[in-house]
Design a binder for this molecule. Structure first.
Ligand code: PLP
Length: 374
């Protein structure tokens, strides 16, 4: 179903993007200047985003998926290579790997954070492994130090799928500054949006330079193509929206922090519900607020919440069990027990900056009733 219609259809939607009058003014300004494709706003957005993240370079593209595809190609990932990743993600993470011609190799997740388990990662490394590309699940960074150490030891590249992580902190450092490159998404359910859009960040000047021409069909100057690329350019008026949204990102995150706290306080007293765990060294940005129940209860809970106008989602049904992946790679249920179990009993609750105490109350009361009755 179309995302935008979902947040209009539900009384309490899963996410609610905010477009303020300043955002509109910024977009109108770009449009009035006739800035339709990439131009000065993209350049300004890139500089502002790089500085926000604490990375040397930022390259704007037109989706988070595109950012991952470009990142993989800048690092030479291609036919016959393997990339270690997680199956507990949106399909784009693996799709980018498969579209590069490589094979996704899945490592199971940790029980508490749903991020890749670094203890299982080394066993998955083979002669063909070229990169490790974990996600930072729902707004919380994965175990970066352990993964970085493995990448260095085995001469692998470390790409952060930071789609949901503008503003996430790991030991005081921002997601997007932690690996060889990172990909962000600015889809409307994220903490900041450009409509559709994405950003690659990196500290590596060569990666940034390649990314800049790969997003323009591989052209370094007009009609001079040094590589095979895509048209992944971000329109200037989208960058104008991003620039304006970025200015209040910290505020957006702290408003969501308050909602997460309200949820956690109430959910703690509801039996058979596991609220999210945030590790001490992480700053969560709450793109997702995912709880665990049991499968039999989960499906009924989602149905009954929907009947009350409350939207929920499963983030995510494991990628390795999607029909395309079963067909291409022959993956079977049983290979990733923790991922599969989480896919069975996890459910994301609505969370957005303007969510009121009353709205949180409606959701938690509905969950509490459901748990009591089941
Ligand atoms: C973990 C993850 N990776 C990649 C993407 C793809 O981003 P986009 O939808 O901007 O292409 C998403 C989108 O939600 C995501 O959640």
């Amino acid at each position: 179903m179309h995302f935008m219609s979902s947040w209009r259809r539900f009384k309490i939607p899963i996410a609610k993007p905010e477009v303020t009058s300043d955002d509109v003014a910024s977009v109108v300004e770009a449009l009035e200047k006739g800035n339709l494709s990439s131009g000065e706003y993209v350049e300004r957005f890139e500089k502002a985003f790089a500085s926000f993240v604490g990375a040397r370079h930022a390259v704007a593209v037109n989706s988070g998926t595109a950012a991952l595809q470009v990142a993989l190609k800048t690092m030479g990932v291609g036919q016959g290579d393997e990339v270690i990743t997680t199956s507990f993600s949106f399909a784009a993470t693996s799709n980018a790997i498969v579209l590069a011609g490589a094979r996704p190799v899945y490592v199971d997740i940790e029980e508490d954070t749903y991020n890749v388990d670094p203890r299982l990662t080394e066993k998955a490394i083979t002669r063909k492994t070229k990169a490790i590309m974990p996600i930072h699940y729902g707004g919380q960074c994965c175990e970066v130090d352990e993964i970085k150490e493995l990448a260095e030891k085995h001469d692998l590249r470390f790409i952060e799928d930071a789609a949901a992580n503008a503003g996430s902190l790991y030991k005081g450092k921002r997601a997007g500054s932690l690996g060889d490159a990172a990909g962000f998404s600015f889809f409307p359910d994220k903490n900041m949006t450009t409509g559709e859009g994405g950003m690659l960040t990196t500290n590596d000047a060569e990666v940034a330079e390649r990314a800049r021409y790969l997003r323009k069909n591989g052209a370094t100057t007009r009609y001079y193509h040094v590589d095979i690329g895509w048209n992944f350019k971000m329109p200037d008026f989208c960058a104008a929206l991003g620039l304006s949204q970025l200015k209040r990102l910290d505020g957006t995150i702290s408003r969501k922090d308050k909602v997460a706290l309200m949820y956690s306080e109430t959910l703690a007293s509801i039996p058979k519900v596991k609220p999210p765990t945030v590790l001490n060294h992480n700053k969560h940005t709450w793109m997702l607020f995912a709880i665990r129940v049991t499968k039999s209860r989960r499906d009924k809970l989602m149905k009954n919440l929907a009947a009350k106008g409350i939207e929920t989602r499963i983030n995510w049904p494991p990628i390795h069990l999607q029909p395309a992946y079963v067909r291409l790679f022959g993956f079977e249920r049983g290979i990733l027990p923790r991922t599969e179990k989480a896919g069975d009993d996890i459910v994301s609750l609505p969370i957005y900056p303007s969510m009121s105490r009353e709205e949180v109350g409606l959701v938690t009361t509905a969950i509490s009733e459901e748990m009591r009755d089941s």
